[in-house]
Design a protein around this ligand. Structure first.
Ligand SMILES: [Zn+2]
Ligand SMILES: [Zn+2]
Length: 185
């Protein structure tokens, strides 16, 4: 995803639009959700020549697919991110990798801008950390994996987890009591 910006160099105010659909590159995702490699990625971008470089604005949209983090059902929904990225005319200084953060991208020597890294950052950071099929997805029973949706009343005999450790201790004490009783009889 390289955009030729030769026409923009030295012409502040000049613009170039980029409206296209490309195949999504690999790696646009997290563990549970992402934009499938090869799926449609719609770009509606405008590259504008400004004093410092090329300002890329617009939107990128794609279909996010993956799994609900609670019930593991497949999910999919459209995602659109706003793009606002400056590509500096200044050549990239190879010496200081720590300065090469997301804010500072550069026009390549061949007067292209590589849109992909910026899109990758934008889209991946727009993905939910814990994707759910719906906000109130009840998920699966943590004990047996039962789909809670099918019976919201599903439950196991269970102590409050805060007391579970104490209960375990009490069981141990009871067992040792029984051991003691068995030994003495
Ligand atoms: Zn779910
Ligand atoms: Zn259960």
């Amino acid at each position: 995803m390289h955009v030729d910006v030769k026409e923009l160099k030295g012409h502040p105010g000049a613009q170039q639009t980029l409206s296209t659909t490309v195949e999504a590159p690999a790696g646009l995702g997290t563990v549970l959700v992402g934009i499938a490699e090869g799926s449609e990625l719609h770009l509606d971008l405008r590259a504008e020549s400004v004093h410092e470089g090329v300002l890329l604005t617009g939107t990128a949209s794609a279909e996010v697919t993956g799994q609900c983090g609670r019930c593991l059902d497949p999910i999919s929904y459209p995602l659109t991110v706003d793009v606002m990225q400056l590509y500096s005319w200044e050549p990239q200084e190879a010496s200081s990798p720590e300065e090469d953060d997301e804010e500072t991208r550069h026009v390549t020597e061949g007067l292209h801008i590589d849109v992909e890294p910026a899109l990758r950052d934008l889209m991946v950071s727009a993905l939910p950390f814990q994707p759910v099929c719906r906000a109130d997805c009840p998920g699966l029973c943590s004990q047996c994996g039962f789909r809670m949706e099918e019976d919201p009343g599903h439950a196991h005999e269970q102590l409050d987890p805060r007391w579970a450790a104490l209960a375990g201790l009490a069981d141990q004490l009871n067992e040792s009591d029984e051991d003691g009783a068995a030994a003495s009889s």
